[in-house]
Design a protein around this ligand. Structure first.
Ligand SMILES: Cc1cc2nc3c(=O)[nH]c(=O)nc-3n(C[C@H](O)[C@H](O)[C@H](O)COP(=O)(O)OP(=O)(O)OC[C@H]3O[C@@H](n4cnc5c(N)ncnc54)[C@H](O)[C@@H]3O)c2cc1C
Length: 352
């Protein structure tokens, strides 16, 4: 009798269980998949993606938590602050946990410099932000009118993404490697789909308001560089230590879909970074990387009922994080989870 009741309850639970697919295994998709597990009972969650870890854009990101007032154009500032604050809380909790080393998140102090007043939005959500006086800037051997010292977080995605995936699988998450040509392929297989495909949404949804902003980085071995630097010049440059390497970068090419490394661009990055921090001339170049930031104005975080010849599909879109996917991922994942919950409410079903 007891045996029968056990199986009976298992079967009814299985019947009740909602099947959710999260499409995308970048920092946005994996954060969303984990949050759904953590917040919603009786769900089975499957991550579907054609690229994982080193093959994603997220893997190459500088990983710095550095939002600015233009981080999410078209999104009300209070909403953006909430996403940033939620992400900051998540990363800060990890910092003091036993997982800190494994997940690749660390606290880092660095410097911003520019000839124009600096965007100090980050001061609202970072650990510390202090403007530097001209005297302090001069003592650091920099020739800028404005400077600030900021303490914020950096997530080394080469460790953070595999860590997120491990957490997801520990919770019972499923993973499928597959390229989708259309979300219609998921009709009838999942109750709700969360679309976290970044630039892939341009073709998958399709949504031509998502566009690439190409970036290129030189990864070097320079263990003496302990702080990050941002130089807000006409041709900007940044230097971000991340794990056992330092990322040199700063280029942004709108609507450039190519992913090859342009040697001319690399020369420019090298020249700008080594002219600011001359000791970098002695750094060993490890590899170069280029990636396409998935921009959209505004970032898309909303529900949609998509209608296809095969049937309709409840979709939560969560894409278009531009240059701030690492910064915003946890906050937008929490928000996307709420939208999934809204889809699951009984009164929502009856409205369809
Ligand atoms: C040079 C550079 C430096 C950066 N530095 C920072 C930084 O310091 N801080 C910061 O916050 N952000 C930074 N970013 C931005 C950050 O990398 C992105 O915002 C972030 O990676 C976007 O994450 P995502 O999960 O949306 O997309 P992605 O990482 O691109 O993941 C998309 C996922 O969707 C899947 N997918 C797409 N289409 C399909 C399909 N049709 N079928 C199946 N799967 C599909 C892919 O396989 C992949 O798994 C940087 C970006 C670049 C290029």
């Amino acid at each position: 009798m007891l045996y029968y009741s056990y199986w009976e309850s298992r079967c009814s639970l299985k019947f009740l269980m909602k099947k959710i697919a999260v499409v995308g295994a970048g920092v946005v998709g994996l954060s969303t998949a984990i949050n759904i597990f953590d917040s919603i009972p009786f769900v089975s969650v499957t991550v579907i993606a054609d690229k994982f870890n080193v093959d994603t854009t997220s893997d190459g990101a500088g990983g710095l938590f550095r939002p600015n007032s233009n981080t999410t154009p078209g999104i009300p500032v209070e909403k953006m602050k909430k996403w940033c604050a939620d992400s900051l809380e998540h990363y800060t909790t990890l910092l003091s946990s036993q997982e800190a080393n494994k997940c690749g998140v660390s606290l880092m102090t660095g410097f911003l410099f520019g000839q124009e007043p600096l965007d100090d939005f980050v001061s609202l959500v970072s650990h510390t932000f202090q403007n530097l006086s001209s005297e302090q800037i001069r003592k650091m051997n920099f020739n800028y009118k404005y400077g600030a010292q900021v303490t914020t977080l950096v997530a080394e995605c080469r460790r953070y993404l595999p860590w997120l995936m491990e957490k997801f699988q520990e919770k019972g998450g499923h993973v499928i490697k597959r390229t989708l040509k259309s979300l219609e392929e998921l009709v009838g297989h999942y109750d709700i789909v969360v679309n976290c495909t970044g630039l892939g949404s341009r073709f998958l949804v399709p949504d031509d308001s998502v566009y690439p902003v190409k970036g290129q980085l030189i990864q070097v071995e320079a263990p003496w560089i302990k702080h990050f630097y941002y130089f807000e010049d006409d041709l900007p440059a940044y230097i971000i230590p991340c794990g056992d390497r330092v990322a040199l970068g700063g280029v942004r090419f709108k609507d450039d879909f190519t992913t090859h490394i342009d040697p001319e661009v690399s020369r420019g990055i090298w020249q700008r970074c080594t002219s600011k921090i001359p000791s970098l001339k002695n750094a060993k170049v490890l590899w170069e990387w280029s990636g396409l930031r998935p921009h959209r104005i505004p970032l898309r975080l909303e529900k949609e009922i998509m209608k296809f010849p095969k049937g309709q599909l409840k979709v939560v879109h969560n894409y278009g994080h531009g240059a701030n996917g690492v910064t915003l991922s946890w906050g937008t994942a929490l928000n996307a989870t709420k939208l999934v919950e809204e889809f699951m409410r009984p009164n929502f079903e009856s409205k369809l």
